[in-house]
Design a protein around this ligand. Structure first.
Ligand SMILES: Nc1ncnc2c1ncn2[C@@H]1O[C@H](COP(=O)(O)OP(=O)(O)O)[C@@H](O)[C@H]1O
Ligand SMILES: [Mg+2]
Length: 442
């Protein structure tokens, strides 16, 4: 993409309404624009990151055996009356009436809708287990939307729903999502710690929030420091095998959100020098809730002996749009964002120091073309801005690599490469620069 032809409305000044760094940087980098309180437009640069995150989430859900579909944002109130939540959900639910005076709502979550789909299509124990997910916008009329997309009213969530014939099956489905989450967040460049969370009326140990440590986090969390350094399960993880070993290794170490925290247990179980008490951002939440919806809505299957079984369910959320902000909270410096390569909007920022200089123009155009041929996303700053401004913009938007080309370097036969995260620079011939990112021959 040529910057001269792109839509990147960056801001020089720090917007005064933004209280946390990720919100400030997202506005300054031209990633989002507020359209109403807690409701945002995703501008081109922000959308690229959102889509990259969404794709990683999708790949890891698929790998774990979940099946993607897409449910609508607008739902019928009648389903929610069946579960009893139409009245219980309260003011966070955005209620709508259509022209026939029928009650609709903008979905804050999808347990009712998915249970309805399940009960109308799946009838036998042989259809189970099954885990269905979608990545769809939600609306919650939050009393205090704040921190940009971190706590919005409209936000993008991946929500999966598992159906099993018994508690053991449900536990396995839960474990599959647990492992998928560890892998997902790690691919996003994050260390997310699974923490025991409030399990609601069902109780038990099958509710975990996945939390990123950050000073600006909204929750207070407590955990064993060893959890911070644990590597995620590798590519070879077998989702059909018993995963409880992988899970136990982690949940045996103390980790709890504020609601679940017990100071005495924390002190008894964790040596003083391994105790971590910090602020955290909830990026995912997995939850087993048994027959809460299947019972009230009549989601049953026929068992092997012909008897009717009320299915056991769990739900598994990831805050996709929140993750954009969470990654920035975890990865930035005083000059701007530092994107992990896996979610970067472009891999390389190509800076032409002297547009109009024939040699610089030619060399930039050549590299730009070759990277495009190799399938590498490049943002090419071909504008007439002065060099200093180009450098600040590139640092601000945080692309992992910068390639800087000007007459002085070209005279020596080199271009400069800067690594955004470390600030390290090297000079390479244009060919070597291409080969550094694209396998030779491509
Ligand atoms: N208002 C919001 N803005 C952005 N992301 C949200 C918001 N509410 C929830 N999320 C994300 O969706 C995930 C699943 O939501 P859920 O656990 O149902 O929400 P909550 O914990 O707020 O009740 C959360 O872990 C979080 O990452
Ligand atoms: Mg939650």
């Amino acid at each position: 993409m040529r910057l001269s032809q792109y839509f990147l409305p960056t801001l020089r000044e720090t917007p005064s309404e933004a209280q946390i760094i990720s919100h400030r940087l997202m506005l300054r980098a031209g990633m989002i624009r507020q359209s109403a309180s807690g409701i945002y437009t995703w501008l081109p640069l922000g959308l690229r990151v959102l889509k990259k995150i969404e794709q990683i989430v999708r790949e890891e859900q698929d790998r774990a055996g979940a099946i993607e579909m897409l449910m609508p944002t607008i739902q019928s109130a009648d389903l929610w009356r069946e579960s009893g939540r139409y009245d219980d959900y309260g003011l966070e639910m955005l209620r709508i009436k259509d022209r026939h005076d029928r009650d609709l709502l903008y979905g804050p979550t999808n347990e009712e809708l998915i249970t309805d789909i399940f009960r109308s299509s799946l009838k036998s124990y042989k259809d189970l287990p099954i885990n269905l997910y979608h990545i769809q916008w939600k609306f919650r009329d939050e009393i205090r939307p704040r921190f940009g997309v971190m706590r919005g009213r409209e936000f993008l969530m991946k929500d999966a729903y598992s159906f099993d014939i018994d508690v053991n099956g449900a536990r396995h489905s839960y474990h599959q999502m647990f492992v998928a989450y560890l892998r997902t967040f790690s691919r996003l460049g994050l260390r997310a710690i699974p923490m025991a969370a409030d399990a609601g009326p069902i109780g038990g140990d099958m509710s975990h929030e996945f939390v990123i440590l950050a000073d600006t986090g909204e929750s207070q969390v407590f955990c064993h420091k060893d959890l911070v350094d644990m590597d995620p399960p590798g590519d070879d993880v077998d989702y059909n095998a018993d995963l409880s070993g992988l899970i136990d290794e982690r949940i045996k170490l103390y980790a709890a959100t504020d609601d679940k925290h017990d100071q005495a247990t924390f002190e008894a179980e964790v040596p003083e020098d391994r105790r971590l008490s910090a602020r955290g951002i909830e990026v995912g939440h997995i939850f087993y809730f048994g027959t809460k919806y299947s019972k009230s809505m009549g989601a049953t299957v026929t068992g092997p002996d012909g008897a009717s079984i009320t299915v056991e369910m769990g739900s598994y959320g990831i805050g996709v749009s929140r993750l954009v902000a969470a990654i920035i909270e975890a990865s930035h410096d005083e000059s701007g964002i530092i994107w992990p390569e896996s979610v970067a909007p472009f891999m390389i920022g190509l800076i032409n120091l002297k547009p109009g200089d024939a040699g610089s123009d030619r060399s930039c155009a050549d590299l730009y073309q070759r990277f495009q041929n190799a399938g590498i996303d490049v943002l090419y700053d071909d504008t007439a801005e002065r060099a200093g401004a180009k450098f600040s913009t590139m640092d601000l938007i945080g692309l992992p690599w910068q390639i800087i080309i000007g007459p002085r370097g070209l005279k020596k036969g080199v271009v400069e490469i800067k690594h955004r995260a470390t600030g390290e620079r090297e000079e390479l011939s244009p060919d070597a620069a291409v080969n550094k990112f694209a396998a030779p021959g491509e």
